[in-house]
Write a protein that binds this ligand. Sequence first.
Ligand SMILES: Nc1nc2c(c(=O)[nH]1)N[C@H]1C(S)=C(S)[C@@H](COP(=O)(O)OP(=O)(O)OC[C@H]3O[C@@H](n4cnc5c(=O)[nH]c(N)nc54)[C@H](O)[C@@H]3O)O[C@H]1N2
Ligand SMILES: Nc1nc2c(c(=O)[nH]1)N[C@H]1C(S)=C(S)[C@@H](COP(=O)(O)OP(=O)(O)OC[C@H]3O[C@@H](n4cnc5c(=O)[nH]c(N)nc54)[C@H](O)[C@@H]3O)O[C@H]1N2
Ligand code: SF4
Ligand SMILES: [Mo]
Length: 739
Amino acid sequence: MAEQTHYRICPLCEACCGLEIRSEGDKVIAIRGAEGDAFSAGYLCPKGVSLKDLHEDPDRLRQPLIKRDGRFVPASWDEALAEVEARLLPILRAHGPDAVAATAGNPSAHKISLLAYFPRLVRALGTRNVFSASTLDQMPKQLSSGLMYGHWLSIPVPDLPRSDLLIILGANPMISNGSLWTVPDYRGKAKAMRARGGRIIVIDPRRSETAAAADEHLPIKPGGDAFLLLGMLHTLFDEGLVELKHLAAHVNGLDELRAAASAYAPERMAAGCGIAAAEQRRLARALASTPRASIYGRIGTCTQRFGTLNSWLIDLLNILTGHLDAEGGAMFPKAAAFASNTQGKPGQGKGISTGRRHSRVSGAPEVFGELPITCLAEEIETPGAGQVRALITLASNPVLSAPNGPRIAKALDALEFMLSLDIYLNETSRHADVILPGLSPLEDLHYDMAFPQLSWRNHARFSGPVFARPAGQPEEWETLLRLAAMVEGKDWRGDVGALDDAYVAADVQRLAGEHAPAVLAALQPQRGPERLIDLALRSGPYGDRFGLKPDGISLAKVKAAPCGLDLGELKPRIPELLRTPSGRIELAPAALLADLGHVDAALDALQSAAAGLLLIGRRDTRSGNSWMHNLPVLAKGPERCTLLVNPADAARLGLVDGSQGRLRTATGELLARVELSAEMMAGVVSLPHGWGHDLPGAQLGLARERPGVNLNALLDDAARDPLSGNAVLSGVPVALSPA
Ligand SMILES: Nc1nc2c(c(=O)[nH]1)N[C@H]1C(S)=C(S)[C@@H](COP(=O)(O)OP(=O)(O)OC[C@H]3O[C@@H](n4cnc5c(=O)[nH]c(N)nc54)[C@H](O)[C@@H]3O)O[C@H]1N2
Ligand SMILES: Nc1nc2c(c(=O)[nH]1)N[C@H]1C(S)=C(S)[C@@H](COP(=O)(O)OP(=O)(O)OC[C@H]3O[C@@H](n4cnc5c(=O)[nH]c(N)nc54)[C@H](O)[C@@H]3O)O[C@H]1N2
Ligand code: SF4
Ligand SMILES: [Mo]
């Protein structure tokens, strides 16, 4: 059989690497980075290689499963969907839309089939009980960005290739490959930047791989970032370092901000962050005095009580030093498709709002159309009108990935019906009544909707499937559309293309008004995601406008470049990007100023708290959240689910390397293998998340051999950033003793 070469974008993390995949018949022969890729230029990590193992994994589901008398049995697609209809619709009819909850997990952000079509199902359901991994991750940054710039995905990224100073907080791109910053080969780019004299400073409780490869590492008390950032903000005003430069005409609220900042002298903040006042001032001065510089914070700064404040303060530091929207600073990408900050009237908009609904039990406000995923269990457990009785999970494994996973597992068993769209029978989907499998990534087409909005360089890339999907197995968008139609009482068994036509016609009508018929005709005969991509590209900022701009791009043009189209380096976008009602950057949103009022109380509480250990997480190159531990190429090598303990702490507690340590919090208790590590700041221990694969009923043969333990069994699901609803996953007090 002839060997074939395919170019394919990796869907496994935010780096979005272009891969070169060689195949023979239905076998993968080799996977490597595509040297000619317009965006990632040959980079890949071991997870990219694992796409072969994922494709071949015997545990990966290829057929729907229905639970009968407590056991899963294989079913046809028709049988499985009919089962959903028979069990889900009566619940909806009897108890109303809020009785059905839906949760979308991390892979949903990486698959257009899921990201574009999940909202169709959610709208059809009409439920307020929508949850996602966003409230375990980046919701604070989305909220602060929305409040400041007017849209949830207007998030600036460091312009590393032209930068001379980058300060990183709470991110480890050397291992994570970047987050809210699509930057394949961070390692190479950082090395090149330093080789030409640039400097990188990393602020992290652990001397992470990124810190080890930087010019400086400053350990910070977990959860202490708000204090450091406020100390730096204070310094900028106090020392007359504020220089808005090109942004001067585009900001609101500078006076309110100056007044608010005056209370946070670095000397007072030092106790909260563990970083001396002189160091806080030095960091602020370095940022202000380096012409091309930025500060970037990621998940470590979001998964805290003050996640939204941190996210805001980071952008404020960039703005007040004139580094936002400036070359070498923090810049806004301009995506070719799907970016709300390229749609509508440039420079002004409706802004964002939160709290249009609230969760029933805790009263948590809706943010970006969702409720905090840490509210899921209580919404199932608590009786009364609006109680959640059925759940649809989409690529979501909250039993391992959300705080108090064991409570969630128990709650799932109390549901009247649960449907999982997942590719594994795992810790969460084992609770389902029906599982509908997705495709292997190699059987799916790929276009990133979200990540070009966060990319180090503008680009557009598409990849088609490497292999044909198995006969009879639908693409996931088709399944989602059938489910949406089912819920809406339409004929869901018929032609899925016709269902798609109806949804798209409504979208195009909104977008194009009187031109809708012509636009729809121009998109023929495409269907599904390809039609959405073509529509978005052609009507987007580089698009051909359906012929009005003949040099512009379309899906056909992107497809004609199998290694992608480069759309150039990042360019300044203010004021065009702004979508606030004022048409300015809001420096001092009222909700954020109000939350500042809680910082003092937190500082007092910190000072009176007994000095104990604080628990943080970590990521590993050969792991991807909770679901890649069943792939041989990633599972090999040393045990990864270990508890990193500073040697001095270990000695004090009587723990030796390799021994079992007992971790205890108010929420749970577990045993973890201790690994002594001088990387850890004294008083801080680290356990990775996404482990605990020994739960009964899951079908993950390899992962079960070395299951690890579930960090989230220790974390309190009541601990949230009240503004964004984001879970607190870092800096959690924990007791540790020899087992
Ligand atoms: N303590 C702690 N907890 C954390 C974190 C942390 O740092 N510390 N990180 C958080 C973060 S940032 C995130 S994003 C979440 C992630 O947590 P989740 O959103 O739960 O996502 P994953 O753990 O990646 O699990 C993905 C699920 O999707 C399934 N899946 C994979 N591919 C497909 C597909 O193509 N189709 C379908 N239908 N299903 C698929 C997998 O089998 C798995 O069940 O975890 C969070 N949890
Ligand atoms: N290999 C691999 N790559 C991944 C993933 C994976 O599981 N494995 N997951 C993907 C996902 S879903 C995401 S969201 C991204 C996340 O990507 P990153 O944001 O880069 O996340 P981490 O690698 O967890 O790095 C977070 C850092 O924050 C530090 N930290 C913890 N608490 C604090 C604190 O209070 N303050 C400060 N300043 N630092 C703190 C931790 O020590 C850690 O070094 O990674 C993605 N990439
Ligand atoms: S860094 Fe690895 S997992 Fe992420 S996109 Fe690239 S190859 Fe895939
Ligand atoms: Mo994430």
